[in-house]
Design a protein around this ligand. Structure first.
Ligand SMILES: C[S@@+](CC[C@H](N)C(=O)[O-])C[C@H]1O[C@@H](n2cnc3c(N)ncnc32)[C@H](O)[C@@H]1O
Length: 386
């Protein structure tokens, strides 16, 4: 269930007008394609496709990005409320809805008196059934230990391969990532020999892509303020074999220019926290317009720091996985107003929309869930001219 206050809905109507209902409905469903990025430092996409296909998995190669391969998502299927109920946290419920097992960190509430082997239904906090399965661990014990599979899922709303259980994942050949997220590093266009700064880097999806695009020959500095997320990012980068090519720092990157005054970057990626309104499937979400206002001023702070660390002639790419004009076009335009040495250059992605549908044409790229069957995303490219 989406609980958005009236001002937020008004803000979304600025973007979508009469197609607002279509946009909101598309958020509840996953896209028909589940994308993963091939780690091209370790394998050719064709080789990974061949391996997966040899085990009977149907896999396609994206029409535009050769490193992007995808599985088809099937469904929706009927999920019945039967047996006892396990309540899952938002993100866990969204993965389970796609067929993943439920792991201990995602369990919010255990059924009373349940024992291992019982049939259970996994539901969202709001009570929406997302999967049927079997309890394979003591649920209350799992709540304490926070490790391991608790419910083995056999029927879910949608079905797609469990990417994290594939040998190709364990061997670091693939990274689960949406197609628009892959376009961000492509738009950044990092080159060997350059200094690349990723200001909001964890869990490291775009950082890893930068390493691959430059074949490990650029100097990548990745920052994130969350110690735990940075620890996870290190694990991910080391699974992919990318850790030797990245310097990872725990830092509040809004103050990068003060805390790391020696940085002179050729390219800076700003992928800051946002309302994430483009992320799908979204089975439940509660947001207010106040979140948009708070995040907008936070996002501007990262861009100001980016302006201070990028070299003249350098590039700043700003991206979000949200759709409001406030967090996207307005952030960029307020930045351009304040920093006259920057100009927006065309983000040429043929399959993306230019700017906001029906509002105005612009140089920025937009992905819209109901139009592109992809997560909602925004990408702007800014060049420092003086
Ligand atoms: C949208 S996520 C980044 C996703 C990442 N770029 C990727 O592609 O995998 C935003 C990140 O910003 C980080 N963040 C939030 N505030 C920050 C701050 N003040 N300084 C540095 N990182 C921050 C969050 O911890 C979060 O990991």
């Amino acid at each position: 269930m989406l609980e958005y206050d009236s001002r937020l809905l008004e803000s979304l109507r600025r973007v979508y007008g009469e197609s607002l209902e279509g946009f909101l409905a598309s958020l509840a469903q996953p896209g028909r394609r589940l994308y993963v990025r091939v780690n091209t430092l370790r394998a050719e996409p064709a080789e990974v496709v061949r391996r997966l296909a040899s085990r009977g998995l149907e896999v396609g190669v994206d029409e535009e990005l050769p490193e992007a391969i995808y599985f088809t998502v099937e469904g929706p299927f009927e999920v019945r409320l039967r047996g006892r109920v396990v309540v899952a946290a938002k993100e866990a419920a969204e993965s389970v809805a796609l067929g993943a097992n439920l792991y201990a960190p995602g369990v919010l509430r255990c059924p009373e008196g349940a024992t291992v082997g019982d049939e259970v239904t996994v539901v969202t906090r709001g009570g929406l059934p997302v999967a049927e399965g079997v309890l394979v661990a003591d649920c209350y014990e799992a709540l304490r230990r926070r490790r391991g599979v608790v419910v083995e899922v056999y029927r879910s709303l949608y079905r797609a391969p469990r990417v994290r259980e594939l040998p190709e994942f364990t061997e670091g050949l693939v990274y689960p990532q949406s197609l628009p997220a892959m376009y961000v590093s492509r738009v950044l266009d990092p080159r060997p020999g350059e200094v690349i700064v990723d200001m909001c880097a964890a869990p490291g999806g775009k950082t890893g892509h930068v390493v691959e695009l430059t074949r490990g020959r650029s100097y990548v500095l990745a920052f994130d303020h969350s110690r735990s997320k940075v620890a996870r990012m290190r694990e991910e980068l080391s699974r992919l074999g990318h850790l030797p090519y990245v310097e990872v720092w725990v830092a509040d990157s809004r103050y990068l220019h003060e805390d790391f005054p020696w940085i002179r970057a050729d390219r800076v990626l700003v992928d800051p926290p946002c309302t994430a309104l483009g992320v799908r499937p979204k089975l439940e979400d509660r947001r207010s317009y106040r979140d948009v206002e708070v995040l907008k001023s936070y996002q501007l702070q990262f861009l100001r720091a980016a302006a201070a660390v990028v070299k003249p002639g350098g590039t700043v790419v700003y991206s979000t996985c949200t759709v409001t004009i406030e967090e996207n076009e307005e952030v960029v335009e307020e930045f351009l107003e304040e920093f006259r040495c920057f100009e927006a250059v065309d983000v040429a992605i043929p399959r993306a929309s230019r700017g906001v549908t029906g509002v105005y044409w612009s140089r920025y790229a937009r992905f819209h869930p109901h139009l592109h069957d992809l997560p909602g995303y925004f990408i702007a490219k800014l060049v420092r001219t003086c």
